[in-house]
Design a protein around this ligand. Structure first.
Ligand code: FES
Length: 175
């Protein structure tokens, strides 16, 4: 079966070219990680096989070289996700500050398990390791933004309500 090719927008292509220009001739593969971030932003929060193939073509590398990097890093989503991906920290320091309870509260309020997306497509709950904001845990990240001190049911309720009315952040390069 022939797959539909993934098409980057002109702004996205310009952003990838900007990264490529940071590296010496022939070292364009070094722009792979930022290119994956651009692809994820372009593709509703996940990186499809077609998007990875398009990156391989732009960087003049083999598709497998893109797949092996995209599957290594947890920040890349390899299947469709909700409008807002809640990357909840579950590492020790946040757990000491109530991360387990925060995650349980999200599961209960959103009626999903870890790794799942709500029926309305609004939220995906994704446990991750330390996000380097241990002193303000329990916390989570949505795209580029941290949300901290979610240490009570009320805080989680307020966060969910706020996110329901929030548009997806547009990356600087796409504005
Ligand atoms: S342990 Fe959660 S941010 Fe470090």
């Amino acid at each position: 079966m022939i797959k539909d090719a993934f098409k980057f927008s002109d702004k996205a292509l310009a952003e990838i070219q900007r990264y490529i220009s940071h590296y010496p001739e022939g070292r364009q593969k070094s722009a792979l990680l930022p290119a994956l971030h651009v692809a994820q932003a372009e593709n509703n929060g996940w990186v499809s096989p077609e998007a990875m193939d398009a990156i391989a073509e732009i960087l003049n590398i083999q598709p497998i070289e893109v797949y092996e990097v995209a599957t290594f890093y947890t920040m890349f989503n390899l299947k469709p996700v909700g409008k807002h991906v809640l990357e909840v920290c579950r590492t020790g320091p946040c757990c000491l500050r109530g991360a387990d309870q925060m995650i349980e509260t999200f599961k209960q309020k959103l009626n999903i398990e870890e790794g799942e997306t709500t029926a309305d497509g609004m939220f995906t709950l994704k446990p991750v390791e330390c996000l380097a904001s241990c002193g303000t845990g329990p916390m989570l990240q949505v795209r580029e933004t941290y949300y901290e001190n979610l240490d009570s049911e009320e805080a989680v309720d307020q966060f969910i309500e706020m996110m329901r009315n929030k548009e997806v952040e547009t990356p600087e390069w796409a504005k």
